[in-house]
Design a protein around this ligand. Structure first.
Ligand code: ARG
Length: 573
């Protein structure tokens, strides 16, 4: 079964073709109504046809509607239970109840996406911290948004290759090796390796201001590393391994996994090939001994250096090699890069050059704004850094206090577990629920609030439904209801439940997990107004069963939706 609006679009297209076989602009768009009081879905083909057919849109709508209903009557369709022509020529429809229950069941199982073109793998490149630097809040967005996109694309049936393109190559390694030999504190290094590497790196920067020889020493060590010197290579591996172990701790706290961890160094041997290809296509120019690619004036891009005067390759060169490798290895349908918006120009340059090299593949730079605390920008180059691990600790600590205050009787172990799920969920949701291109300001009170568009609120709605179901003795899935009379509140909730799959498709198409977040929040709001005005347990059986069914469906959709954002739910909290 396809998206419900999609099935109806097919139906209406056939209806239009039947009534107006000669119309050239036959098209049908079916959408959910904004106001469920008007109906569940709406088709407005009539207005588009009016100019060509030379009849009033209302008459046209009437004809199309009659044809659609007739076609719908041919089994097994029967999607429409009633319809009405409204305003200038809208066709408003109520969906057939049996079709709705069937659709909700299929939607829960992810069986409503057959027309999503999901052949061919999608490579998602995200997180990508730089070795020997602690992962700070600036990496949070890439990690969390990338992971959510991976979940969304997998849900839609795509094969996803999740790749962590770590920054494991570059001039910093020469400096680190010098610092390691001169200033390393072995105990500190054993305890907190990245912190110690950061310290010696900063020390190098400070000392080298007054001591020129340090810089040439670092260049020398870097050269040795690049030439495969055994000792330096071993040290370099050690820096990578100890950093990755620290990153893994955070990934495991966040429930994040990758299929590959191919850092920039993985592409090192392919870079001379990139230069050769660029040369062959006559794309290279020389500028002060460096090799550069220029762009057409209307691209408004600075020249891109691909090899420095001293022979070293750059970030852009490794990204070019990486595109080639991904195309050759995976034949991907698409490559998605998730980084902050300071890299927009970088990716424009790289994509443009790849195109001119004939390395064509659909690709998307999914960029996001910075996350700020109220006191400024996060950067590992500045003093005021908030590390991801500290942030998560703080979130859990605060969540624990809230949970203890709300629910002091729960055993401590359970309160701790709740605090973990609520704390990490809140941090993720705060990020994912915002339009990713905006800068966001992190405020604890907003992040951890149990009211408004936050994950503690959504998790709470879920847990409350679980307690209702438990009280009613519901265990597992409920059969489709037999109730046929809906109140407005019930109608609204059903209307909202039906739209989960459309939200997922839209989130994938726009690379915006916040579309799903907004959807779950809306659903929870509809549920709450339903719940506050509809008694459940004291109703007679048919009504009671129907309302319990709505509770259980809402819980399932909240759970599935939060899962696409990488957020867990709790049975009680
Ligand atoms: N390591 C880079 C940084 O921290 C991000 C890498 C993104 N991926 C890529 N293929 N360039 O800025």
């Amino acid at each position: 079964m396809d998206l419900i609006t999609r099935q109806l679009e097919d139906l209406f297209l056939k209806a239009v073709q039947k009534v107006f076989p000669d119309a050239s602009c036959a098209a049908a768009v079916v959408q959910f109504t904004k106001d469920p009081g008007l109906g569940d879905v709406q088709c407005n083909s009539a207005m588009a046809l009016a100019r060509e057919v030379k009849d009033s849109p209302r008459n046209i709508a009437g004809k199309i509607a009659a044809a659609a209903q007739e076609l719908d009557g041919i089994r097994p369709l029967k999607l429409i239970s009633s319809l009405e022509i409204a305003g200038p020529g809208f066709i408003n429809m109520r969906l057939d109840h049996q079709a709705v229950w069937k659709y909700l069941a299929d939607q829960n199982e992810g069986r409503v996406y057959p027309s999503v073109e999901n052949e061919g793998p999608v490579v998602i490149d995200y997180s990508a911290p730089n070795i020997a630097k602690r992962m700070h809040i600036g990496h949070l967005r890439s990690t969390i948004i990338g992971d959510s996109l991976k979940r969304i694309y997998r849900h839609l049936g795509y094969t996803v290759v999740a790749d962590n393109h770590v920054g494991d190559w570059g001039t910093q390694f020469g400096k680190l090796i010098v610092g390691y030999h001169r200033w390393l504190d072995k105990t500190a290094y054993a305890e907190s390796p990245i912190e110690e590497l950061e310290r010696i790196y900063v020390k190098f920067e400070q000392e080298s201001v007054n001591d020129e020889t340090l810089l040439s020493e670092a260049r020398n060590e870097l050269k040795k590393l690049q030439d495969g010197d055994e000792q330096n290579t071993a040290l370099w591996h050690e820096f990578i391994d100890s950093s990755m172990r620290e990153y893994e701790k955070i990934y495991s706290r966040l429930g994040i996994t990758f299929d590959t961890h191919r850092g920039e160094s993985f592409y090192h041997d392919m870079m001379s090939g990139v230069i050769a290809d660029l040369k062959e296509k006559e794309l290279l120019a020389e500028s002060d001994g460096a090799l550069v690619v220029f762009f057409a004036d209307d691209e408004h891009l600075h020249p891109c250096i691909v090899r420095k005067q001293d022979g070293a390759y750059l970030y852009a060169t490794s990204d070019l090699a990486c595109i080639k490798r991904r195309i050759d290895e995976y034949h991907p349908r698409k490559i998605i890069y998730v980084t902050d918006d300071r890299q927009i120009t970088h990716f424009k340059q790289v994509f443009n050059i790849a195109e001119r090299l004939g390395w064509t593949v659909e690709r998307e730079h999914v960029y996001f704004g910075v996350m700020k605390f109220t006191d400024g920008h996060f950067s590992s180059r500045k003093g005021n850094v908030i590390y991801l691990s500290h942030l998560l600790d703080e979130a859990e600590k605060r969540a624990f206090e809230i949970v203890t205050e709300k629910n002091p009787a729960l055993p401590e172990e359970e309160r701790k577990d709740i605090a973990r799920v609520v704390g990490t969920g809140a941090v993720k949701y705060f990020d994912l629920s915002q339009n990713r291109t905006s800068n966001i300001i992190f405020e604890w009170d907003k992040v951890l609030s149990f009211e408004g568009n936050t994950s503690p609120y959504l998790q709470y709605v879920y847990a409350r439904i679980q307690s209702v179901l438990k009280k009613a003795g519901v265990n597992g899935e409920l059969p489709p209801p037999s109730e046929t009379e809906f109140t407005e509140g019930e109608q609204k909730l059903v209307h909202s439940l039906l739209q989960f799959s459309s939200a997922v498709v839209q989130a994938a198409a726009s690379y915006k997990p916040n579309v799903i977040a907004d959807y779950i929040y809306d659903l929870s709001q509809s549920f709450n107004s339903f719940y506050n005005s509809h008694p459940i347990l004291k109703e007679e059986e048919t009504k009671r069963d129907f309302r319990l069914y709505l509770c259980s469906e809402t819980a399932r959709v909240i759970k599935n939706g939060l899962e696409l954002l990488g957020i867990e739910v709790l049975e009680r909290m």
